[in-house]
Design a protein around this ligand. Structure first.
Ligand code: NAD
Ligand code: GLY
Length: 356
């Protein structure tokens, strides 16, 4: 088992990474009160719920099993968590445990942030994407029909358990979606990690546990470093959104869940790299290198054919990074270094949006 610490003063917390974590980590010891509400969904519950319950014998453990899917990441579904908490009389010392992917983690975190003005929560992410990204850093929330993750809060968990064993049941398409976020860390922050990914992508596609553990650890280290500098995204944290402004537009247009979040981010990162190349920042060779790695990770590298540049711009104008009406994009100064800019040449942006 390996540990990465997210250093946020008195709100610091550990990320445990490795195999068989349910047995290795004293989960009950992470819980302060006597009550626990496990939040999971109908796909994950039959796989892992009883193994988790077995680790919490002396406590009042209740569960809420939500419908599965990004299309259920809504205020209505969130209310089911509050209903269960109130029905089972959970008080302010309760702990919520998110057992699932990013959808469950984001909703559970937001429920924890707002139930009785804030209770503890623990993240047990079960997708690669949630292990390397969404369970770390405290962004929580739900979607609105007009935009993704538009309602939410910054609220940090007490601990994160990223168990590589659970990835064995993850569909291949979901694994690829998680690899998009892993590749993101190489592109924005660590060109050596990018080279390591190029060398090991075939093994990662095959779910090699040692390679996955290293990829998760390095991703979490980078995310922890960035979040520790800028928890509420007033500066550097925005670089974690490489490809996301384009990607969120794709997800919103296509209907939540039709393109997976990681797939939309994959296409979005190619678009960000393409624009960075048009701006003269990265070479044609670097753009090709980016595209090749994304393709080898089985990710889409172009936006859907039916999205016009005008529609992209309309949707991208809803992005949370928009400031004073100007779209701000994360682009690549070079491989391993990202910047946030609101002054990308609109004609070049249009060319990128047209290059499907
Ligand atoms: P997801 O939560 O929808 O999970 C993907 C699918 O895999 C679901 O059907 C789920 O039931 C299933 N699943 C999960 N674990 C499994 C397992 N071990 N075995 C078999 N099936 C399993 O999707 P995701 O990719 O984990 O997360 C995407 C969400 O995360 C989006 O809503 C996105 O906005 C959010 N996100 C948040 C942050 C953040 O910082 N908070 C960062 C990135 C993404
Ligand atoms: N996934 C982007 C962030 O956490 O800031």
């Amino acid at each position: 088992m390996q540990n990465v610490e997210v250093d946020l003063g008195d709100r610091s917390y550990p990320i445990y990474i490795g195999e068989q974590l349910f047995a290795q980590v004293d989960i009950a010891g992470l819980i302060k009160g006597r009550q626990v509400m496990i939040v999971t969904n109908e796909t994950i519950a039959p796989l892992y719920l009883s193994a988790l319950r077995d680790q919490l014998p002396a406590l009042q453990v209740d569960e809420v099993i939500l419908p599965d899917g990004e299309s259920f990441k809504t205020l209505d579904t969130l209310n089911l968590i509050f209903d269960a908490l109130l029905e089972m009389r959970h008080n302010r010392t309760t702990t919520l445990i998110a057992l699932g992917g990013g959808v469950i983690g984001d909703m559970t975190g937001f429920a924890a942030a707002s139930y009785q003005r804030g209770v503890d929560f623990i993240q047990i992410p079960t997708t690669l994407l949630s292990q390397v990204d969404s369970s770390v850093g405290g962004k929580t929330g739900v979607n609105h029909p007009r935009g993704k993750n538009m309602i939410g809060a910054f609220y940090q968990p007490k601990a994160v358990l990223a168990d590589t064993d659970v990835l064995k049941t993850l569909p291949k398409r979901e694994l690829a979606a998680g690899l998009a976020e892993v590749i993101k860390y190489g592109l924005i922050y660590d060109v050596e990690f990018l080279a390591w990914l190029e060398q090991n992508i075939d093994g990662l596609n095959e779910c090699d546990p040692e390679l996955l553990a290293y990829a998760i650890k390095r991703s979490c280290e980078i995310k922890a470093e960035v979040v520790a500098q800028d928890e509420r995204e007033s500066g550097i944290r925005a670089i974690l959104n490489l490809g996301h402004t384009f990607g969120h537009a794709i997800e919103t247009e296509q209907g939540y869940g039709n393109w997976l979040h990681g797939e939309a981010v994959g296409a979005g990162m190619w678009m960000a790299a393409d624009l960075s190349h048009r701006l003269g920042w990265i070479s044609a060779g670097d753009l090709a290198r980016t595209e090749t790695l994304l393709r080898r990770a089985n990710l889409p590298v172009r936006a859907p054919d039916d999205m016009s540049p005008e529609r992209f711009i309309e949707l991208m104008s809803l992005d949370k990074k928009v400031l004073d009406g100007r779209i701000r994009l994360v682009l690549l100064k070079q491989l391993g270094e990202a910047i946030v800019t609101d002054s990308a040449d609109p004609d070049l942006l249009r060319e990128t949006l047209l290059s499907n």
